[in-house]
Design a protein around this ligand. Structure first.
Ligand code: DC
Length: 229
C-alpha cells in the first residue's frame, strides 16, 4: 500500500451500518474515524439538558446563542478501539444514543448555524487527510473533494431491526414500532431539510446492504480504497 492518505466520506440513511464499516476501514488503514452524527447528537443533548428543546417545544434562537458554549471533543478509548464523544468535558457516549435524543436530533440538525459550526470542526479534523468520516453531508458539503465517497442504503425495516437489537443488547427498553417510526421520520426530515439535505453525491458509490453481509461489503469497499491509493 502507498503512503498516500485519502479522505473516505460515508453518507447514508440512519442505521445503514455506516459506522461499523467506517470503524473497520479506519482500523485497517490506521486512519482517524469521525462519527459526525455523534456531534449533532451531542448538541441535541445540550439543548435537552438546557430545556432549549423538549418533545413539543424548540427555541432555535437560544440554541444559536449557546453555540459558543458547546465544546465537542472526541477522545480515543483504546479499550473500545474508537473515540468517544465528550460534551463540555463529560463523556456523553451513552446518553447521545438514547431514543429520546434520536427523536429530537433531526430538528436540531436543521438549524443552519449548528451545521456551520460542526462542518467547520469536521473540515479541520480532515486537514491532514487519513480520515474516515460518516454522516449525511460528508461527500456533498464537508469534503466534496474526498477521494472516495460511499452512499449506504438499506430498507427501513432492516435498519429498524438493527437499531432495535443494538438498543436491546444495551439493556434499553424499546419498542420496535417506535424505532421504525423514528427511522422513517428521520429519513424524511434529513432528506428534505433546506440546508445540506441527505443526498447521494454524483460521484459516490452506492451500496444497498439490506442483504449484503459485512465481510462482502468490507471486501468490496477495500477494493475501491486500494484503487484510490
Ligand atoms: O448517524 P446518526 O443516526 O447518529 O445521526 C443522527 C442525526 O444527526 C441524523 O438523523 C441527522 C443528523 N446528522 C446530520 O444532519 N448530518 C451529519 N453529517 C450527521 C448526522
Amino acid at each position: 500500500m502507498s503512503n498516500k492518505k485519502i479522505i473516505i466520506a460515508i453518507d447514508g440513511f440512519s442505521s445503514t451500518g455506516k459506522s461499523t464499516i467506517a470503524k473497520q476501514l479506519a482500523k485497517k488503514l490506521n486512519y482517524i474515524y469521525v462519527d459526525t452524527g455523534a456531534m449533532y447528537r451531542a448538541v441535541t443533548l445540550y439543548a435537552m439538558q438546557n430545556k432549549i428543546i423538549t418533545n413539543n417545544t424548540f427555541d432555535p434562537q437560544s440554541l444559536i446563542s449557546a453555540l459558543p458554549h458547546i465544546k465537542l471533543l472526541f477522545k480515543f478509548n483504546s479499550e473500545l478501539g474508537f473515540a468517544e464523544m465528550y460534551l463540555n468535558d463529560s463523556n456523553v457516549e451513552k446518553e447521545i444514543r438514547t431514543i429520546e435524543v434520536s427523536k429530537l436530533v433531526s430538528k436540531v440538525s436543521e438549524v443552519p448555524q449548528v451545521r456551520k459550526k460542526l462542518v467547520q470542526e469536521q473540515q479541520a479534523m480532515g486537514k491532514e487527510r487519513g480520515i474516515v468520516m460518516d454522516g449525511r453531508d460528508i461527500g456533498t458539503v464537508v469534503f466534496p473533494d474526498a477521494e472516495l465517497k460511499l452512499f449506504m442504503t438499506a430498507s427501513a425495516d432492516k435498519r429498524a431491526t438493527r437499531r432495535y437489537k443494538e438498543l436491546i443488547n444495551r439493556g434499553d427498553e424499546v419498542n420496535y414500532e417506535e424505532i421504525l417510526h423514528n427511522v422513517q421520520e428521520r429519513d424524511h426530515i434529513d432528506s428534505t431539510r433546506k440546508d445540506s439535505p441527505l443526498k447521494k453525491a454524483d460521484d459516490a458509490v452506492q451500496f444497498d446492504n439490506s442483504d449484503m453481509g459485512l465481510t462482502e461489503q468490507f471486501e468490496r469497499i477495500m477494493r475501491l480504497v486500494n484503487d484510490r491509493l
